[in-house]
Ligand binder design. Structure first.
Ligand code: ZN
Ligand code: ZN
Length: 122
């Protein structure tokens, strides 16, 4: 249905369902990890994220509590954010690693209190 890959292309995945919730996170951890003003994630059931190739290259960083941030060990592309104790069956995938178009109906901005001062958005 939806396909994605990392920068080097050694990891490829597909989503078997449309992400249910889309969030742009402005927390300082996402800023540091992505080297960007914010990170946009689409959340879906873990079972609906399928790695086609390169799953063994995934590295995982435990940023806080039970949270796991998964990225390509080869090129550093951030792919997954998961491990929330409130939503153990869910994962969040970085929307910008998708290779097929996806048009979220709504995007919520969270942790905007720590947004970068140079970022302008409406
Ligand atoms: Zn890669
Ligand atoms: Zn964040």
């Amino acid at each position: 249905m939806y396909q994605g890959s990392c920068l080097c292309g050694k990891i490829k995945y597909r989503l078997l369902s449309k992400p249910k919730k889309v969030t742009s996170c402005h927390c300082t951890m996402c800023q540091k990890q992505h080297g960007a003003a914010f990170a946009t994630y689409g959340s879906l059931l873990k079972a609906d994220l399928e790695y086609v190739v390169g799953k063994r290259l995934l590295k995982s960083y435990n940023s806080s509590g039970t949270i796991k941030r998964k990225f390509c060990g080869e090129c550093g592309s951030n792919i997954e954010w998961s491990g929330s104790s409130n939503f153990p069956d869910w994962t969040s995938v970085t929307l910008s690693t998708l290779d097929t178009p996806f048009y979220p109906e709504e995007i919520s901005n969270i942790y905007t209190e720590t947004r970068q001062c140079w970022l302008k958005y409406s």
